[in-house]
Design a protein around this ligand. Structure first.
Ligand code: AP5
Ligand code: MG
Length: 213
């Protein structure tokens, strides 16, 4: 099963992708997490990506496509995956389509997690992310057991550099301009499904399960 998660920054793509990956035993592939891992490890790619991410801009396709194609070529992806944050514009969607066509394969579902902009800024300012394993929490909705500490790996939780309100607004604009056209792209292919992302996260997941079961 090959699934794409669509939705604005903070809509809950990562939260739902993780639940899908655990339930259906497929890898969760987040280009954002891959970039953050590279930043943490101080790689050249990470340093370059950071200059764009901190401004709320997309990382250039050249870098993004490379790390994406390397990742999906791995053995654990052969029976499917859930993509979170890729593709993020039409050229990236075309790269994905070409790669799948070569394998005689296609995307099963593009799931759009719908959340209005006003909810987004609130969600982002409350999000805390683990600096080691990438797990995400929310100070109100999903608090860690111990404040500031990741339940999974015990490392520190931080507010992401790009979750400051001014940067979130910029990310929302970039989303509207570059990523939203993917809704029509996947709708035309007949694989688009939408879920109400304002619901409680378990209820959002139930809607997703109804679609993919
Ligand atoms: P990325 O990491 O993909 O960020 P994003 O798309 O902006 O999305 P987020 O991770 O911020 O939100 P999410 O939808 O995953 O929400 P979450 O589940 O955490 O990308 C970051 C940057 O990397 C980009 O800006 C770009 O620079 C670069 N990049 C990445 N991929 C790229 C690509 N393909 N091309 C170019 N550049 C790329 O939820 C948010 C919060 O809400 C959490 O605190 C969560 O606990 C809470 N929450 C979730 N669901 C609910 C719910 N139902 N109710 C209440 N709270 C909820
Ligand atoms: Mg995410």
């Amino acid at each position: 099963m090959k699934i794409i998660m669509l939705g604005a920054p903070g809509a809950g793509k990562g939260t739902q992708a993780k639940m899908i990956a655990e339930t259906y035993h497929i890898p969760h592939i987040s280009t954002g997490d891959m970039f953050r891992m590279n930043i943490k490890n101080g790689t050249e790619l990470g340093m370059e990506a950071k200059t764009y991410m901190d401004q709320g801009l997309l990382v250039p396709d050249e870098l993004t496509v490379r790390i994406f194609l390397d990742r999906v070529a791995k053995e654990d992806c052969k029976d499917g995956y859930v993509l979170d944050g890729f593709p993020r514009n039409i050229p990236q969607a075309e790269v994905l389509e070409d790669a799948l066509n070569k394998l005689g394969d296609q995307i099963d579902y593009a799931i759009d997690v719908e959340v209005p902009d006003e909810n987004i800024i609130r969600r982002m300012s409350g999000r805390r992310a683990c600096t080691s394993c990438g797990a995400t929490y929310h100070i109100e909705h999903v608090p860690p057991k111990k404040e500031g500490i990741c339940d999974d790996c015990g490392d520190a939780l931080v507010l992401r550099d790009d979750d400051r309100p001014e940067t979130v607004e910029k990310r929302l604009r970039v989303y509207q301009e570059q990523t939203q056209p993917l809704i029509e792209f996947y709708s035309k292919k007949g694989v688009l499904r939408s879920v109400d992302g304002t619901k409680d996260m378990q209820d959002v997941f139930k809607e997703i399960e109804e679609i993919i079961k």
